[in-house]
Design a protein around this ligand. Structure first.
Ligand code: HEC
Ligand code: HEC
Ligand code: HEC
Length: 482
């Protein structure tokens, strides 16, 4: 009886098995296809700047061998949707984008690609460590040939040469090719950047003018005091009516060197930025018609705008003048600048040891360039979750950082790296203003950004180095401005 089951029953069972098998196969095929469809529909073409197109070979190599992991939402290899491969690759992509978004390099004009990116790419080319081995094993054609490496190395050195063009503007009359700091990842702060003195004078008055705020109590200087390291020394700013803002005020000193403005980079430059605070309800809380009416009632202002802009008072001119004034807020001649220019006695031994550490442990990866920051967006908490560890454990909107602008997942918690110029004067630290001392800021950087618990000696040396970054504004040290 057990042996000889009812043949009809067996038929049904077989049929059922066939259907089940078909269903498994269908799901097994359809699921990856469906995923693939989803992914290809999210695929976009990376942004490549016109000047970068002058390097078609370098672009083509990176496109074929690097972009899949280092540019958000671009085309992936065909096997990306397959179960298993998908998970492994996605983990790699998240890590890769956390470390380097290559669109940030290719989307810019060659002269403005930050050194930190060039240095990172140079490093992996020398080591031959990219693309990662397990990826190359799966996809042999992505291996970098000697020819590829040579092309990319040439591209990097061309981009570096382009920097000389920028330098020629910033350091007029200086033969940059013969400067001792030519190949350092940080350059001295230029004595000044070119400006129009008439606009500067007008912009300076507007910067200190409370008529730009709703209740005439707040000016730009209220939150960006030149005698307070260019900020307000509060954890988060206080706007009109004593309202608490959500985020720390960055310094205006050397902001002209920032690649973008604001912690999340939502303003392209100083002109665009200057429009923000005036109408921001938590900051100056005014309306443009209100401001224009007040300024137009002042005959001297009317005359000045006429003289400088050959026209009426309007928001675009106000923003332009303020931005022009901000370009004068550069702070040259820090001990470190004098040291870079060849004066070995400008820094003490502790600070010199700090500079060596700054480079060797990798602070320089993010805090490079003239301003030692301001030119890339980096994730806060690259190795450990800063936000989970923070007192209260609550994550706010502004904590999302760059994500708020791009809505790209890998931009979550990325912030424009703050400048370290005059950093000893611009406490408290971080976008949330939660850290009050340099000592603690440095320790946290080691832990969260480098996965390194710095020793007390290392911290002391790094802090001594950071203290040597205080420059001069109009001849006076920034920490002595009244
Ligand atoms: C399969 C994904 C993948 C591909 C393809 C890939 N990378 Fe990466 N990349 C990663 C991962 C994961 C990391 C982070 C781990 C690490 O630093 O080793 C990373 C890190 C980097 C870094 C940062 C290193 C640092 O110290 O901050 C650079 C630079 C880099 N990759 C360059 C490249 C270049 C150039 C290519 C193309 C030749 C490339 N990558 C291709 C996954 C990839
Ligand atoms: C109520 C305080 C307050 C006032 C008033 C104020 N700011 Fe700010 N400022 C801030 C805060 C806070 C931020 C950071 C906001 C962010 O990144 O989201 C900021 C950012 C900036 C930045 C960007 C710096 C960087 O590194 O990204 C500049 C430049 C700046 N302000 C200039 C000005 C100017 C010019 C005015 C006057 C028109 C002004 N601010 C008025 C608080 C203020
Ligand atoms: C991976 C990139 C990265 C590395 C590496 C890095 N930093 Fe930072 N640093 C940042 C970012 C991003 C912030 C802003 C974080 C925030 O506001 O939440 C920051 C903030 C700071 C600040 C506070 C500045 C201010 O005005 O708020 C100091 C000081 C600092 N870093 C020093 C260092 C030192 C010293 C090292 C090396 C031990 C280092 N950083 C390594 C990205 C980095």
């Amino acid at each position: 009886m057990i042996q000889g089951a009812d043949p009809r029953e067996q038929m049904v069972k077989k049929e059922w098995l066939t259907w089940a098998g078909a269903a498994v196969v269908a799901v097994g095929v359809m699921f990856p296809l469906y995923n693939y469809w989803l992914d290809t529909n999210r695929t976009r073409t990376p942004i490549i700047s016109p000047m970068q197109r002058a390097y078609p070979e370098a672009v083509a190599i990176m496109q074929a061998k690097c972009f899949a992991c280092h540019v958000p939402d671009v085309e992936k290899p065909w096997y990306y949707p397959l179960p298993g491969a998908h998970q492994v690759m996605q983990a790699d992509i998240d890590e890769a984008l956390g470390k380097l978004n290559m669109e940030e390099a290719f989307g810019r004009e060659p002269a403005s690609v930050p050194d930190s990116m060039l240095v990172k790419i140079e490093k992996v080319l020398k080591k031959g460590s990219m693309p990662p081995l397990k990826y190359v094993a799966l996809h042999w054609s992505t291996r970098l040939s000697d020819h590829d490496t040579a092309v990319l190395t040439q591209w990097l050195s061309d981009l570096k040469a382009r920097k000389a063009e920028t330098m020629a503007v910033w350091y007029p009359g200086v033969d940059v090719n013969h400067m001792t700091w030519r190949n350092q990842p940080v350059w001295p702060v230029p004595t000044r950047v070119p400006t129009d003195p008439k606009k500067v004078a007008l912009g300076q008055r507007l910067y200190f003018d409370t008529r730009l705020s709703g209740d005439m109590t707040v000016s730009c200087a209220s939150c960006h005091g030149l005698n307070k390291g260019g900020g307000d020394r509060l954890a988060t700013s206080t706007g009109i009516g004593g309202q608490k803002g959500p985020i720390n005020a960055p310094t205006v000193f050397n902001a002209v060197f920032n690649h973008k403005q604001f912690w999340d980079g939502r303003a392209a430059d100083l002109v665009e930025q200057a429009g923000g605070p005036v109408t921001n309800p938590l900051e100056m809380g005014a309306t443009w018609p209100q401001v224009l009416t007040r300024l137009k009632a002042d005959s001297q202002m009317v005359a000045e705008f006429k003289a400088v802009y050959n026209g009426a008072i309007e928001p675009a001119h106000i923003q332009d003048a303020i931005a022009e004034f901000e370009k004068t807020l550069v702070t040259p001649d820090a001990p470190f600048d004098r040291f870079l220019k060849g004066d070995a006695s400008a820094m003490n031994d502790k600070a010199k040891a700090g500079w060596a550490l700054f480079k060797s442990v990798g602070c320089i990866n993010c805090h490079g360039g003239v301003a030692m920051g301001g030119n890339t967006f980096e994730r806060m908490g690259l190795y450990h979750d800063y936000f989970a560890d923070r007192a209260g454990g609550k994550v706010t909107d502004v904590d999302m950082g760059r994500y708020n602008v791009t809505k790209v997942e890998s931009d979550r918690h990325k912030f424009k790296v703050p400048t370290l110029r005059n950093v000893a004067t611009s406490y408290p630290y971080f976008h949330d203003g939660q850290v009050t001392t340099l000592d603690e800021a440095v320790r946290k950087m080691g832990h969260y950004q480098l996965d390194r618990e710095l020793t007390d000696k290392e911290v002391a040396e790094l802090v001594a180095f950071l203290q040597s970054l205080t420059g001069h504004y109009m001849g006076t040290p920034v920490d002595q401005l009244k």
